[in-house]
Design a protein around this ligand. Structure first.
Ligand SMILES: NC(=O)c1ccc[n+]([C@@H]2O[C@H](COP(=O)([O-])OP(=O)(O)OC[C@H]3O[C@@H](n4cnc5c(N)ncnc54)[C@H](OP(=O)(O)O)[C@@H]3O)[C@@H](O)[C@H]2O)c1
Length: 355
């Protein structure tokens, strides 16, 4: 089967650049349009590149950014759209792409809570893709939108999935230490964050709960049913480049042993691993044994093979005190919690015949 023609929206942004890198020489998709706002129109990717951990390939760097025009994308035969647009812009633009028959994989919050739109995390809820048929009917189009979650809940939901399924945990508290790249570019003013911590990220705490419950929930009889898990979050922005660290507290009447927990987390495998999707990490959850891990600077890029770098979640410092389990969890916000999540969603949709 030939590769699907793809476009990246927001290609000059933090997520868009991760898309460009992850989709370069991808086995299923070929990016033929790099879009952004009028401000970036005509610039080359090399002129706007800000990912310090990725050496920009000369050919990729020479790609020219174009304005965002859904009709022109449809005319150019684009079948798949990867969106890294800000939420205040994404809504109508993504709708226009889906209505023109394109499959849209979005990072924006705009469509996440719609009744026929999945927040897909392929290790957790691959069956939520079924909601697409209702969406296509509503749109009267072969196009659709699949979203991925907020960057702070994606990693946590992956860590929770095997624990909730096996031990029935429901009562989750979390304190986050979120990286600067999570705020996009240029993000937080330097004078606000240098030598400082900002204990407020707009809408983040509510999103962690509402999106987490939808992701961990079921899709039955044509509707989403929330998981009974509750996630009480306190979110802070810290002076870290990439990688959201989270201190997780779970209360439950019956607590398994630490070794049972480790075995459950390390043994977790799901649909992306079964299907050997190109960006699926061999091990979705890595458990560190060292007392001072995970750390953003050492562990954000966890995941093998090479294409799945940054796609694994790292958990460490697992300890139990009576009815309370505590651990630290880390995931790469612009990869697993951003572009990589959307790429994996598109790989699953492609493999399952939705595209
Ligand atoms: N950063 C993360 O960790 C993360 C994780 C998960 C989800 N998200 C979500 O992903 C989306 C992108 O985030 P980001 O961090 O990549 O933001 P960003 O760095 O600010 O990039 C935004 C991109 O959107 C483009 N854009 C802005 N206004 C536009 C318009 N009117 N028309 C067309 N393009 C426009 C920008 O183009 P110009 O450069 O030309 O202005 C830029 O390419 C957001 O919805 C965010 O909430 C981010």
């Amino acid at each position: 089967m030939g590769k699907k023609k793809a476009a990246i929206l927001g290609s000059s942004g933090m997520i868009g650049q991760r898309f460009a890198h992850m989709l370069d020489a991808h086995p299923y998709f070929e990016v033929t349009a790099y879009c952004a706002s009028d401000r970036s129109e005509g610039k080359r990717l090399a002129d706007v590149w800000r990912l310090s951990d990725v050496e920009l390939d000369r050919e990729l760097g020479s790609k020219v950014v174009q304005a965002t025009d859904p009709k022109a994308l449809a005319k150019a035969g684009i079948e798949v759209v990867f969106s890294g647009l800000p939420s205040d812009v994404a809504g109508p633009v993504e709708d226009a792409c889906a209505d023109q028959g394109m499959a849209v994989f979005s990072n924006a919050a705009s469509h996440r809570m719609e009744d026929d739109t999945p927040i897909l995390v392929p290790e957790i809820n691959p069956d939520h893709l079924k909601s697409i048929s209702a969406q296509k009917k509503r749109r009267k189009s072969s196009g659709f939108i699949v979203t991925n979650a907020n960057c702070s809940i994606t990693g946590l939901a992956i860590g929770l999935k095997p624990l909730v399924d096996k031990f029935g945990f429901k009562d989750v508290n979390v304190a986050t230490y979120q990286a600067l790249s999570g705020a996009g570019y240029p993000g937080v003013p330097s004078l606000d964050i240098l030598g400082n911590v900002l204990p407020f990220i707009k809408n983040e705490e509510d999103k962690m709960n509402s999106e987490g419950r939808k992701i961990l929930g079921k899709y039955v009889d044509g509707r989403f049913v929330d998981s009974p898990v509750t996630i009480m979050a306190s979110c802070a922005r810290v002076n870290v480049r990439d990688g959201h660290l989270e201190a997780v507290f779970i209360r439950n009447k019956d607590m398994p042993s630490v070794s049972d927990l480790v075995k459950t987390l390390e043994g977790f495998r799901a649909k992306p691993q079964e299907l050997k999707l190109p960006s699926a990490p061999d091990r979705p959850i890595i458990v560190t044994k060292e007392p001072n891990r995970p750390q953003p600077i050492l562990d954000s890029d966890a995941g093998t093979p090479e294409r799945a770098k940054g796609m694994a979640v790292t958990i460490g410092r697992i300890r139990i005190d009576k009815d309370c389990l505590r651990f630290y969890l880390l995931s790469h916000n612009t990869i697993r919690g951003g572009a990589g999540g959307s790429v994996l969603n598109a790989e699953l949709a492609f493999k399952e015949g939705y595209i």
